[in-house]
Design a protein around this ligand. Structure first.
Ligand SMILES: C[S@@+](CC[C@H](N)C(=O)[O-])C[C@H]1O[C@@H](n2cnc3c(N)ncnc32)[C@H](O)[C@@H]1O
Length: 404
């Protein structure tokens, strides 16, 4: 993948040239339309949209075996005896999904800054098949050291960890870590000085340890006994204040790929409707907690494996609003779209015009990763000082001093 990242530079130049060619052609087409209006009129005369319904029915090839005979028991008046429904069972606690969207404050203004670079850590090796290659990776094998040679994961999961921009010596919290895929990537960089893998579920916390033991032959000596790795079982919303330089919040979500593939315990089944509708609330509380745990200048990455706008940008919007209302902490949203131009040949990303804060990897046939949404937030070191007059008096709004 590192190689593909580098190859992208040429690709971007080619795309820009292509875009220019298309714009040039569009100009020509538009001017042709203006020059010969008669031609367009003639074309429209044939347009089937203007043919009357009677005329098109007369010419249509109708499958008469599918027509309902009004004289039989299946006639429309008989069917309508059962409609419309007057009462929906269980309506009392029915919550419209659209009500949940109302919390997404589209008018919230946040500081957004473009980011042009994305560092690929030296020791992190990630392999993928090229586009249109539908081969399967064989299962991992154990080698001479007794640990597996690679970990299979959705290609989309790499980006939230790269977005964390882990640097040597970082103190990292992976707030919702089980089964441990992204913690595994973070450790693979060899950069962290201290990594806490947390999850609220005890059985899933045990899975983190199992996974890491299967892949790091020196896990105990080099990481656990050296106090560089801790696995904890806590509700992420209740973790006490500590100054982490990086916090990853890979929240529970509707797991869209799994939900369309598997029936077992599906989050969309009627019995889990309340849990599903409460997800955005839980997600924003977890993100808010992460924002309170990161130190000045530190990075928080919020991620989901859902396409849902409310679980993605909507949750970021809610958390930004709450942090502004409840604390004096200041955050800046990092717009990673320029930096991600270099990974176009590996991932298909949602059009920037559809996204407000984060980026979204969209599954597509040729390279079937995701969905993965991720958004990078950085806690500001300095508060913003806005000079509105030469008077020396300071008025404060939280941490945001305004000199008036
Ligand atoms: C999407 S999964 C995380 C996947 C993981 N980051 C990985 O890459 O392997 C979400 C996790 O959040 C955990 N979770 C749910 N509610 C939580 C909470 N309140 N605090 C911490 N973890 C929670 C779930 O148990 C689940 O393991």
């Amino acid at each position: 993948m590192r190689t593909l990242f580098n190859l992208e530079k040429t690709y971007i130049e080619e795309s820009l040239a292509k875009k220019k060619r298309v714009q040039y052609l569009e100009k020509i087409w538009t001017s042709e339309e203006n020059v010969s209006p008669e031609i367009s009129t003639i074309e429209r005369e044939d347009d089937s949209v203007h043919v009357s319904l009677e005329k098109s029915l007369a010419n249509a090839d109708i499958d008469s075996s599918r027509l309902i005979d009004e004289n039989t028991m299946l006639s429309a008046p008989i069917l309508s005896q059962f409609l419309p429904a007057t009462k929906i069972k269980g309506k009392e606690d029915w919550v419209l999904e659209s009500d949940h969207f109302k919390r997404f404050d589209k008018n919230l203004s946040a500081n957004i800054e473009k980011e042009y670079e994305m560092h690929f850590p030296e020791h992190l090796n990630v392999y993928c098949f090229e586009q249109n290659n539908y081969s399967k990776f064989e299962g991992p094998q154990t080698g001479a050291t007794g640990v597996y040679n690679y970990y299979l994961m959705d290609g989309g999961s790499v980006l939230p960890v790269l977005a964390l921009d882990i640097k040597p010596g970082d103190h990292i919290l992976d707030m919702c870590a089980a089964p441990g895929g992204k913690s595994f990537l973070a450790l693979q960089t060899l950069y962290p000085n201290y990594l806490v893998c947390n999850d609220s579920s005890l059985s899933r916390v045990n899975r983190i340890l199992n996974v890491l033991e299967q892949y790091f032959y020196d896990l105990d000596k080099r990481w656990i006994k050296a106090n560089r790795l801790k696995v904890t079982q806590r509700d992420g919303r209740l973790i006490q204040k500590e100054n982490y330089s990086r916090v990853l919040v890979d929240v529970p979500c509707t797991t869209d790929r799994l939900s369309v593939m598997e029936n077992d315990n599906n989050i969309f089944k009627p019995g889990r409707i309340k849990e599903r509708l409460k997800l955005p609330e839980l997600q924003s509380e977890l993100l808010l907690s992460a924002m309170k745990l990161v130190k000045k200048g530190g990075v928080v990455v919020y991620s989901t494996c859902s396409l849902s706008p409310i679980q993605n940008d909507g949750v970021v919007s809610m958390a930004l609003k709450k942090i502004w209302e409840e604390t004096n902490l200041e955050f800046i949203v990092k717009d990673l779209s320029p930096a991600l131009a270099q990974v176009q040949s590996v991932y298909r990303l949602a059009d920037a015009s559809l996204m407000k804060y984060g980026q979204l990897v969209i599954p597509f046939k040729e390279q079937n990763y995701g969905p993965t949404y991720f958004c990078k937030l950085q806690r500001m070191i300095e508060s913003v000082v806005v000079l509105t007059s030469v008077n020396d008096e300071f008025h404060s709004h939280g941490n945001n001093y305004i000199l008036v």
